[in-house]
Design a protein around this ligand. Sequence first.
Ligand code: PMV
Length: 331
Amino acid sequence: DNVIGDAAVAVAHPNIALVKYWGKRDETYFLPVTGSLSMTLDIYPTTTAVRLSSEPGDTVVLNDRPAVGDAHARVARFLDLVRARAGRDEYAVVVSTNAGPTGAGLASSASGFAALAVAAAAAYGLDADARALSRLARRGSGSACRSIFGGFAVWHAGEGDGEAGDASSYAEPIDGDALDPALIVAVVDDGAKAVSSREAMRRTCDTSPFYRPWADASRVDLEEMRKAIARRDLPAVGEIAERNALGMHATMLLARPSVRYLSPRSVAILDRVLALRADGIAAYATMDAGPNVKVLCARADEQRVTTALRDAADIQVAHLGPGAALVRDDE
Ligand code: PMV
């Protein structure tokens, strides 16, 4: 009918940063103040289909509902970038479904824009290698540039602003598969956050006296994290990740007005992580733009960690997962 050709369908997984991206130096190109490092998960995939359409305007369906307002505008603006690069002008029908919670600090925007980048590039015939896809995904949601890759990935802050920054700010995979950690996701609240990460970042950069010190410490954390992963030192990886995340939340607490994503239930999980460590289990927490806590540990300890957290939250066990990829279209 109004659809031109077949759909391109892609699947991508969320990633959780162990050294966080928090703060943009360029809001147009989504250029971060600091580099970051993440692990891509094997849970909560996003599946996204993109079909070109002869109808005017982009149609966007997210989790079985038509997207309107800001959610629609973000996708349409992203498709504008793809169309400009591909030299095409057809609109598209985008159907995207998250297996996990949306907008709850569980990286649905990372898996979402990584899947959209891969599917839209294929639908519009854009010739893009993994680095180009990472740069493209970054324009939808910064953290999405890391979900193009599986396993561990580092996102380079890049040099300069504008187009120079755009060319030099992308993620790449780093070899850490031998570390093979578990990430225990403790879901205390799967509702959508009240303050977007975009707004919280902007407010933190603009007003928090803790922002600069955290950014300076985070550059050091990134270097130490790379070394800790290379020598397969899980306790060091966990310690760096935990201090980096707590520091990020400290920057937000001192923003004006303050942003606080952690709830009493998040803090209860943090207490249990401390208790696990007191019992000799190497378990470390990280938290993003929401109250849910992710606990890093060795695979050999995942059962004990899960048991310790089970009555305090809904538990999902994740491991290193795959990069974003096209899937066969059988629709
Ligand atoms: O890409 P965004 O705008 O969803 O930012 C996500 C930022 C954090 O999840 C809090 C940290 C990170 O590096 O993923």
